[in-house]
Design a protein around this ligand. Structure first.
Ligand SMILES: [Zn+2]
Length: 175
């Protein structure tokens, strides 16, 4: 896949074409006007090619609409972050780099190495969310592994997972 991306990148770093090759709808890659964003959605924000040809993909997994007074609570963000961390490490062991919460409380930043295919990314996120529905506890929710281990709720995480999975067919409709 990295080879394909390198082929598609122009001499000046032009990213035209590679987004579509990876399955992302044309015109949705990069920073977009937040007033236009649909949610829940999964979009590619950037792809950075290193000197050796490896590619770092930054993906926005947005759960709630920006500036719509429907923000994720600190507990929802925190527990979902733990589930996304555990699931992405397990399902993409060769690709996962990091997961982070959006400070605006509307979603998550997922960073992957050499995996930027829209279909695969959505498949992994869906598998993680489906796993949340079956979970009995939040991963790493213990004092040894978390900086605020009492701020978790498997029930709240399940409600959000259910809400996002209900829109599974529209995750790539970003605009
Ligand atoms: Zn934590």
């Amino acid at each position: 896949m990295a080879f394909f991306v390198r082929l598609s990148l122009g001499a000046g770093g032009d990213m035209k074409g590679f987004d579509v090759a990876l399955g992302w709808p044309s015109g949705t890659v990069g920073e977009l006007d937040h007033r236009r964003l649909k949610t829940p959605s999964v979009k590619l924000r950037s792809a950075t090619v290193g000197a050796a040809g490896d590619v770092v993909y930054c993906i926005d997994f947005r759960v709630r609409s920006p500036n719509a007074n429907c923000y994720l609570s600190s507990t929802e963000l925190h527990s979902l972050e733990h589930f996304l961390l555990e699931g992405a490490q397990r399902l993409l062991p060769d690709n996962f780099l990091s997961i982070g919460v959006m400070g605006c409380q509307t979603g998550f930043y997922l960073t992957l190495l050499n995996e930027g295919r829209a279909g695969r990314v959505c498949e992994v996120i869906a598998a993680i969310l489906e796993g949340i529905l079956e979970a009995r506890c939040v991963p790493y929710a213990c004092i040894e592994q978390c900086g605020n281990f009492e701020n978790h709720s498997v029930e709240l995480a399940q409600q959000v997972a259910k809400e996002v999975l209900a829109e599974r067919g529209r995750w790539l409709e970003v605009l």
